[in-house]
Design a protein around this ligand. Structure first.
Ligand code: C5P
Length: 412
């Protein structure tokens, strides 16, 4: 997960900073590129040269040193990083960051850094318990920073208490999870998504299917997979363990999501129903071909002299209906792309297939639906539920649909 990441490792002046040398080495072993930024006091504990050797990159300490990369080196560095971790994070850096103070290299880089950032506080137990430090940590969490809390244990002053820095493997693990989540503090953006699907297994079908006619031709449709992708990313953001069963689409795997690529409806049904067994939520967003050629011709079909061609089609398995038959306590959501029929048709499908919700959309509306980034839908559910949503970006729509899923899980 950290392979290919560019990690900014901030080291501040706490006795635990000797452990950050090991952390730096572990990050590199995990495949990350690491650049270290040290505060002046951190250099009193461990030399910059140590971190330079372990990270394989120059170490930044002095804001006013001759720049190597750019005239505004700290901004270059903030843009270089894909994820940041400050370990140990002393009361000083937490207070500065919580209040937007940038008076040295590290505080300046952190303020300019827009990616996911993990803070690992470590300090004396009395300092850690101080209301000002608690307030800084709470404020930073509210801004979207991830915090790996200090642990209870033996402290440098000879007593035990809360304030010990977690061991480097635990820090690497938390950082990996953060990279998978992609949550980042950014002023002006909406607050991070709620973690109300933490640990919940969610299977999502997405994209079209292709039903081969011969080796070079197939039956398909213009589904882009964007709706399924948005749902997978949104569910992942909320902490779900997502399996995305995707037909042929051009998009790269969303980070932190298990992706199973398939081609035909039969393959999609097989993969989705296996994943379904271990899931609590299923969302069928794929545009599955209802029919497939009874048998694909083994070789490319030639025109010859004939003036027509008959294809014999057979029904494909209905994945949503199969899930409905063995729903148990799961929450099951389908989609109904209609070109003319209204939400009542979606309600008919919902009842027939045993789903909790069906998301109705009218595919004839220009600029919305198939292939577009935005959509407008009506969420149809039992008891006459009709919730009109949008037009809005598919990602936002995904969150609104997941809000409904969470409500159903809570029995609301
Ligand atoms: O009946 P219709 O195809 O309109 O139903 C749409 C819903 O059923 C969608 O959620 C779609 O993903 C699902 N479906 C399926 N397998 C099929 C056909 C549709 O899961 N073979």
């Amino acid at each position: 997960m950290l392979a290919g990441s560019r990690v900014l490792l901030g080291v501040t002046g706490g006795i635990a900073c000797y452990k950050s040398v090991d952390l730096c080495s572990r990050l590199r072993k995990a495949g990350a590129e690491v650049r270290v930024v040290m505060t002046e006091s951190a250099t009193r504990f461990v030399s910059a040269l140590t971190f330079q050797s372990i990270s394989g990159n120059p170490v930044a300490t002095d804001l006013f040193a001759t720049p190597a990369q750019s005239a505004v080196e700290h901004i270059w560095l903030a843009e270089w990083g894909s994820v940041a971790v400050v370990a140990p994070a002393t009361a000083d850096i937490l207070g500065k960051l919580a209040h937007g103070i940038a008076d040295d290299y590290l505080s300046t880089v952190l303020l300019a850094f827009a990616g996911p950032a993990l803070l690992v506080p470590a300090m004396n137990r009395l300092m850690y318990a101080h209301p000002a430090v608690r307030a800084s940590l709470a404020a930073l969490e509210g801004m979207g920073y991830a915090v790996l809390p200090a642990e209870y244990g033996h402290l440098a002053e000879g007593v035990s208490g809360w304030g010990r820095m977690p061991e480097p493997p635990a820090i690497v693990e938390r950082l990996q999870a953060l990279v998978a989540e992609g949550r980042a503090p950014r002023p002006g953006l909406p607050p991070p998504a709620p973690r109300d699907l933490a640990g919940v297994g969610v299977v999502i079908t997405a994209g079209p299917t292709q039903e081969p006619i011969d080796p070079v031709r197939f039956i398909s449709n213009p589904s882009s997979g964007k709706t399924g992708w948005s749902l997978a990313e949104a569910a992942r953001e909320r902490g779900a363990e997502v399996t995305l069963v995707a037909g042929p689409v051009a998009m790269a795997d969303p980070p932190g999501v298990r992706v199973v690529r398939v081609r035909t409806a039969v393959e999609m049904a097989e993969a989705a129903l296996v994943a379904y067994e271990a899931c609590e939520v299923a969302i069928c967003a794929a545009a599955v071909s209802d029919f497939r050629p009874a048998a694909a011709a083994p070789e490319k079909i030639k025109k010859g002299a004939q003036d027509g061609l008959e294809l014999h089609l057979v029904r494909n398995p209905d994945i949503l209906a199969a899930m409905g038959e063995r729903k148990g306590r799961r929450v099951l959501v389908g989609f109904a792309a209609e070109a003319g029929a209204g939400p009542e048709e979606a309600e008919r499908k919902r009842a027939a297939k045993g789903a909790d919700l069906v998301v109705y959309n009218d595919v004839r509306r220009p600029g919305l639906g198939f292939g577009a980034d935005d959509n407008a839908v009506v969420v149809v559910g039992a008891g006459g539920l009709r919730e009109a949503l949008g037009p809005m970006p598919k990602r936002e729509l995904a969150h609104r649909i997941l809000d409904r899923v969470v409500m159903l899980r809570r029995g609301q």
